[in-house]
Design a protein around this ligand. Structure first.
Ligand code: DMJ
Length: 620
């Protein structure tokens, strides 16, 4: 009888080992069924957490090693690479590349040899001014140790550094910002100088990458090498993050490429190639217009969260960088992708050569009745027309044609004068037609671009318009209480009125440490030789020092009209180190060959890229 003791004993003697497992399974099942619902729920919950944790750990490990998995094949190095560059195997191990590199060029690049080379070439070590007394004492020792401890051989040899007091002041500002970034935000996107912490945007070390070439120019060898080692060892090119194609291209791809060109350090090109590959999915839309965002881990590209369209300045301000990546590697996929965008936009109908600020990536059409502006979302479309023409030694006339049409259109439709002082400013067309006397600080890039066009042979009126506009940009600083510009200025156009030409609305009164005016001052000074532009630049530099410098870095402020309480915002943008301080340093340089405009073209994030001939070869 089922359940009788006798029968149970009998069964237990005859089971095999395998049946043992069955019995265990059965008894587990029985135990499970005897549990209360609460007990079962708790166990199920714990099991679920365990499974989720395991999956997370597995994925996380995959993500952090993915840079290695995706290491690229050695590209066909055509040009721009030194003879002793070590071609790495495509076994997917950047570490191995570094080791091979080390062995192969040990004699050339041993740190001691670097010092000898420096002496031979009579290149002075840069003067390094630490803001804190403590640092002054052990600075030399630190540098010695740090450089000696580097496992990666050093190709970089410092050529630059400050030559005068104003450049030294800029160097000190950079060091002050960098010290805080290193202490509180190392490897993160942005420093929060008040809370002594950091902010993450793309998880790509934005400030560090944006600063690489600035450190080269400032002659900060120790800091540069530390940053290089972070890029080599700790940078994750594939964070689980949706990143913006434009921002990642101008800051990270541009920063890596220019650091590579200025230092010859192979790791920057290696990372630039990996990043370029991860950004390519953006170009998989139905039209040739790229999606705005891509998840670097999954490769899924899509329109931004806030709407269906891409931004026109964004899809047209990735070209210098992708083309440079192709020219440098010989892999034309990057250039082909962005050239398609340019051709597509070139062929779209435009009024007066000006573009609306939105375009749909699926149908490839401009959004009807969107704003026309040289400020946010329009600005660098115009900048990159001229600069792409220059990038390949004026060989691609499509860019020049579009640029000239746009400048004529801007002069006719957007450039006006204010009252009572007759300041020349550039306004906007709301809904593509209604004039608004509003000018973003971002639009202050335009005088510099106009002057660069004039330097490259365009008509005299380009320079005159540049002079008029930069005067106004300067006035947006000089007329505020802090002597710092607001984010947006409105201009009075009513004839016969008294008072100020510039109206600052409370919501527009912030200053984000932006570079555009300083950038234009650099172009104006180099191209005209007029010292007034350096004088204005120095005034602006001092205003930044006075109102945005904190014990631990620099910060955006909320109100340029309030000297007592400018409303510190606890954020140091990466472009302050990448652009603003770099442009100041170059503005105060007496050497116009320091990143000559005949050899380099600056991307929109101030990263210089080499000018090439029509075949893509670097112009010597
Ligand atoms: C930078 O990222 C670039 O200069 C871009 O073109 C515009 N915005 C910021 C600086 O203001």
């Amino acid at each position: 009888m089922y359940g009788s003791p006798q029968k149970r004993d009998f069964i237990s003697f005859t089971v095999t080992k395998e049946d043992d497992k069955t019995i265990k399974r059965q008894s587990c099942w029985r135990v499970w069924r005897r549990m209360s619902r609460l007990q079962r729920n708790i166990i199920s919950f714990l099991l679920a957490i365990g499974i989720v944790l395991c999956i997370y750990i597995l994925l996380h490990r995959k993500a952090s090693t993915s840079g290695m998995e995706n290491a690229v094949k050695a590209p066909p190095w055509d040009y721009g690479v030194g003879e002793d560059y070590v071609h790495f195997e495509n076994d997917g191990q950047p570490g191995k590349k570094a080791d091979q590199n080390k062995e192969d060029i040990a004699n050339v690049n041993h740190p001691d040899t670097v010092n000898e080379v420096d002496q031979d070439n009579n290149v002075d070590e840069p003067v390094i001014h630490q803001p804190g007394g403590d640092d002054d004492e052990d600075d030399g020792e630190d540098e010695k140790q740090n450089v000696e401890n580097h496992e990666i051989p050093i190709k970089y040899q410092p050529k630059y550094g400050p030559q005068n007091k104003k450049q030294e002041a800029v160097l000190a500002a950079f060091q002050h910002a960098w010290k805080a970034y290193k202490a509180y935000a190392w490897g993160h996107d942005e420093l929060k100088p008040v809370s002594k912490s950091w902010n993450e945007w793309f998880n790509l070390g934005l400030t560090l990458i944006d600063s690489l070439d600035t450190m080269i120019l400032l002659g900060l060898k120790k800091e540069f090498l530390e940053a290089r080692d972070w890029v080599a060892n700790d940078m994750n090119i594939k964070p689980r993050k949706d990143v913006n194609l434009f921002e990642t291209t101008i800051r990270v791809l541009g920063g890596l490429l220019s650091a590579y060109h200025l230092s010859d350090e192979p790791v920057f090109l290696e990372k630039a190639i990996l990043l370029g590959n991860e950004l390519l999915p953006c170009f998989g839309s139905k039209s040739s217009i790229p999606y705005a965002d891509v998840n670097l881990l999954t490769g899924v590209a899509k329109a931004p969260k806030w709407g269906p369209d891409s931004t026109v300045s964004e899809v047209t301000t990735i070209q210098l960088e992708f083309r440079d990546l192709s020219f440098t590697t010989g892999d034309m996929r990057y250039k082909e992708a962005v050239d398609k965008v340019s051709t597509h936009i070139h062929n779209l109908p435009k009024a007066n050569g000006l573009v609306p600020i939105f375009i749909n990536a699926n149908n490839g059409q401009f959004r009807a009745r969107s704003t026309v502006t040289f400020g946010a979302r329009g600005d660098s479309y115009y900048e990159y027309l001229l600069k792409q023409w220059i990038q390949t030694s004026k060989s691609e006339t499509m860019f020049l044609d579009d640029y000239l049409n746009a400048m004529n259109g801007a002069k006719e439709k957007l450039v006006r004068t204010s009252e009572p002082s007759k300041l020349t400013f550039i306004g906007e067309l709301l809904s593509g037609e209604r004039f608004s006397a509003k000018m973003d600080h971002l639009a202050c890039f335009l005088p510099g671009t106009l002057a660069l066009g004039y330097k490259n042979g365009l008509d005299e009126w380009h320079l005159q318009m540049a002079k008029d506009l930069i005067h106004t940009c300067y006035q947006t600083y000089a007329r505020t209480a802090t002597k710092l510009s607001p984010e947006i200025s409105h201009f009075n156009m009513v004839p016969g009125t008294k008072g100020d030409d510039i109206i600052i609305k409370p919501a527009d009164a912030h200053n984000l440490l932006r570079p555009e005016t300083v950038e234009s001052l650099l172009y104006m000074y180099r191209i005209t030789g007029d010292e007034i532009y350096r004088k204005w630049g120095w005034e602006i530099f001092q205003a930044f020092e006075k109102h945005t410098k904190l014990p631990h870095g620099y910060s955006s402020i909320g109100n340029v009209q309030n000297v007592k309480d400018p409303g510190i915002r606890d954020k140091m943008e990466s472009f302050f180190l990448g652009e603003t301080l770099k442009y100041f340093f170059l503005l105060f340089s007496d050497d116009e060959n320091l990143i000559s405009f005949d050899k380099y073209v600056f991307n929109t994030e101030a990263h210089p890229l080499p000018i090439r001939d029509s075949q893509g070869k670097i112009v010597q």
